[in-house]
Design a protein around this ligand. Structure first.
Ligand code: ATP
Length: 195
């Protein structure tokens, strides 16, 4: 069974970019946010729970998640956000374990923005934090997502554990600043995780 390794980092830190380098080395990566969205659309057990909690309007007549409805009713209410997370997180956790056990590499990665925030570090053998200065992160996200305002980005940052705390709690830190090269850092960790 492969070792389970989480890869996290605040918004705009570059965790997806780093995860893609691991993929080039042949390491399978589970993208938790994408999988969560997919499970909300296709996992019948999870869909049933969401409908039970938030009503039939949660899905369109075609059976797709009704994002507009959820955005207006759920995502504006912190208690309801907690509730939907408490349904989605265990479903993602189960899905990840099944996915991981079908892989045959020495280790696999789970890429997620929130690992320490959700206690997910207890479910993996090691965590990598991708760390970048706040100002660079904000600029990257403004460039990548022109539809997002500075205010929206800061709101997301406020919901995440500060980078310095995550560096202390992580087993490995990858520094993704302008003058740091990613590939040598990835190779060093890759070697350690294979032994
Ligand atoms: P999110 O949490 O929002 O998904 P993320 O941590 O996955 O963000 P990425 O999407 O990997 O971050 O990176 C954010 C943006 O910054 C992307 O457009 C990416 O191409 C760019 N970027 C990341 N690292 C670097 C780098 N070292 N040099 C140049 N551009 C970079």
């Amino acid at each position: 069974k492969p070792k389970l390794v989480g890869i996290t980092g605040g918004i705009g830190s570059g965790k997806s970019t780093v995860a893609k380098i691991f993929e080039i080395l042949g390491i399978p990566v589970y993208y938790a946010d994408d999988r969560a969205k997919s499970l909300m659309n296709h996992d019948s057990g999870l869909k049933k729970q969401i409908i039970q909690e938030f009503g039939e309007e949660s899905y369109t007549s075609e059976g797709d998640l009704n994002r507009k409805y959820l955005a207006s009713t759920v995502f504006s209410d912190p208690e309801k956000v907690k509730k939907i997370n408490s349904l989605v997180h265990p479903a993602v956790g189960r899905d990840f374990e099944i996915w991981a056990s079908s892989q045959s590499t020495p280790y696999v990665l789970k890429e997620a923005a929130l690992i320490f925030e959700t206690g997910g570090e207890k479910k993996v053998d090691a965590v990598i934090n991708v760390s970048s200065p706040l100002k660079i992160r904000v600029n990257r996200v403004l460039m990548r997502d022109p539809h997002r305002s500075l205010e929206q980005i800061n709101q997301i940052i406020d919901q995440q554990i500060p980078d310095e705390d995550k560096n202390e709690r992580a087993d490995f830190v990858i520094k993704n600043t302008e003058n740091k090269m990613l590939i040598p850092q990835v190779l060093e960790i890759h070697q350690k995780l294979q032994s």
